[in-house]
Design a protein around this ligand. Structure first.
Ligand SMILES: *Cc1c(COP(=O)(O)O)cnc(C)c1O
Length: 365
């Protein structure tokens, strides 16, 4: 039985851009230049402009965007990078793949910095941006680099500055389910630093010397953005602001509906304008509420049930228990959120959540 309200629905977005993609792919197939070329350059330029930065380097996925950025900055064995534990595992994975170790902290960047710390990866989780002024000050004072994992925050802003444009580099994933999603894997790094952009372009293409086919100056990877995906991303970029606006108004309706109740939606910091990649509520009795919602045909998700420092390969990098991340992992529940979610569906979710949460209170009493 299909759900009354699905968690996500990519098909409606695909329909909106179908014609532009068909035309773009038709042109591409005629020229048959599938790696690099005008389609990739056009998207890179548009994405840099959208993010308010000078350069955008398309890569194969968001994890590579992070890993290549660390490589390009010379961060590797012996270095430490501070990463939050309540995030998608790729934020931490990239650090370990680059050969650096990570220090995990609940909230406090300052407390996590040691003489070996080279960088912090700030994750704009759920599409929300934290206090970037405070984080930048702390990073500057400690002379460490601030990098942004903006994989969930395409178009989010901090005092008007787009996600990805505040740190030394901003890393994006265009995985299909992200706010700006390709028809497969894709990613990009944005930066104002021309040297960094140049190193990234070389590293994503086997460390090639720019303009040379046979000379290599770095040990790189194969992590290029496909031209087919660049066409999709260019078509979707034209719709991104409207889709983000739709997500915000759905979030506003959830927020209003829950205003009097015992559950709260994860909210914007003052000064931030989120893009609600996910609509996350904190619910103490999460598992029971989730089961009840499922029974009522409401699909939900959990982001994320196991914090990174409890995942086997990363246990050894945690410096101790992380009560904030652990509590979040037990309580977070992601409600249906996608631009084409209808008003009547939002209303169904609100009613169902209210019913499920109230049932719990009756049970306790
Ligand atoms: C999706 C995501 C990534 C990884 O992106 P991929 O394109 O899947 O490699 C990294 N960090 C966060 C926060 C993400 O949500």
């Amino acid at each position: 039985m299909s759900p009354v309200v699905p968690f996500s629905d990519l098909a409606a977005m695909t329909r909106e851009i179908r014609e532009a993609v068909d035309q773009g792919w038709e042109r591409l197939l005629q020229g048959s230049r599938f790696i690099g070329g005008a389609a990739v350059e056009e998207f890179e330029q548009a994405w840099a402009e959208y993010c308010g930065t000078r350069h955008a380097v398309g890569v194969a996925n968001g994890t590579d965007a992070l890993q290549l950025t660390l490589m390009a900055l010379g961060i590797g064995p012996g270095d430490e990078v501070v990463v939050p534990s309540n995030t998608f595992v790729a934020s931490a994975e990239a650090v370990v793949l680059a050969g650096a170790t990570m220090l995990l902290t609940a909230d406090d960047l300052q407390a996590a910095i040691t003489p070996r710390t080279r960088a912090v990866i700030v994750v704009h989780l759920y599409g929300q941006m934290p206090d970037m002024d405070a984080l930048s000050r702390t990073a500057d004072k400690a002379s460490i680099l601030l990098l942004e994992d903006a994989a969930q925050a395409h178009g989010a802003t901090w005092h008007g500055r787009p996600a990805g444009s505040i740190g030394q580099a901003g890393c994006f994933s265009f995985y299909p389910g992200k706010n700006l999603g390709a028809f497969g894997d894709a990613g990009a790094v944005v930066t104002a630093d021309a040297d960094l952009a140049k190193r990234l372009r070389s590293l994503r293409d086997h460390g090639r010397v720019a303009g040379s086919h046979y000379r290599h100056e770095l040990v790189g990877m194969n992590s290029r953005l496909d031209a087919l995906q660049a066409v999709v991303l260019t078509a979707k970029l034209a719709r991104l602001d409207a889709w983000n606006e739709a997500r915000r108004s759905i979030a506003a309706r959830y927020r209003a509906a829950f205003a009097s109740g015992p559950i709260r939606l994860v909210e914007d910091e003052a000064g931030a304008r989120g893009v609600y990649h996910l609509a996350v509520a904190r619910i103490p009795d999460r598992e029971r509420v989730r089961q009840q919602l499922t029974a009522m045909g409401i699909e939900t998700g959990i982001h994320y049930p196991i914090p990174c420092h409890r995942q086997a390969p990363y246990v050894r990098f945690a410096s101790g228990p992380l009560p904030v991340s652990e509590a979040a992992a037990e309580q977070v529940l992601s409600l249906p959120m996608f631009p084409h979610l209808r008003d009547d569906q939002v209303a169904r979710v609100c009613e169902a959540v209210f019913e499920a949460v109230t049932a719990k209170e009756v049970q306790i009493a």
